[in-house]
Design a protein around this ligand. Sequence first.
Ligand SMILES: CC(C)(COP(=O)(O)OP(=O)(O)OC[C@H]1O[C@@H](n2cnc3c(N)ncnc32)[C@H](O)[C@@H]1OP(=O)(O)O)[C@@H](O)C(=O)NCCC(=O)NCCS
Length: 173
Amino acid sequence: MKITGKNTQLRTVEISDAKFIVQLRTQSEKTQFLSQVENNLAKQHAWLQAYKHKELNGEEYYFVIESKTGEELGLVRVYDLQTDSFCWGSWLIKDGAPQSTAIESALLIYEFGFGQLAYKKAHFDVRKGNDRVIAFHQRFGARIVNEDDLNYYFNYTLEDYLMIKQKYRRYLN
Ligand SMILES: CC(C)(COP(=O)(O)OP(=O)(O)OC[C@H]1O[C@@H](n2cnc3c(N)ncnc32)[C@H](O)[C@@H]1OP(=O)(O)O)[C@@H](O)C(=O)NCCC(=O)NCCS
């Protein structure tokens, strides 16, 4: 599956992406606020095999963020699909990716969740201290609805997204 934007696209991961995923997820300075992934290609293969079943069942979607020419730029995941809200996260962009990759990939995730999956709400959590990402979501109009020692919990609605989509339409096409 592929979701295409202006300079960026999301395509569902394949087993053959295991190496890219392990490389990116074991870069310590970028993954401080993400759960730990082992530097073990066989384990990643097995994880991706299990994931592909979930994707087939429509339970979870894991994407490689790519340039339009197919250069791998990062990763992002849609999971915890509740009746009325989808969750996204595991968002990671490699150093040196074009500056618009973050905005474009976030817009494409919302196009997917609110458009293709037809949800009216989204939720996600961000670790306390991950200030850059907290600011990113707040600029998109997301609201903190809860917190605990570890995380802030955000909600985002289709209405929030439609306003942002209008504002950032130049990043979509
Ligand atoms: C999360 C992540 C993918 C976000 O990507 P990012 O490139 O850091 O995102 P930024 O907030 O810096 O946004 C990219 C650019 O768009 C700009 N931008 C972001 N939101 C914007 C907005 N709403 N309007 C205008 N410009 C905006 C930023 O200012 C930045 O520009 P700059 O490089 O000139 O400063 C990246 O930081 C990452 O890989 N982090 C490590 C993993 C992680 O913590 N993931 C999140 C887990 S919840």
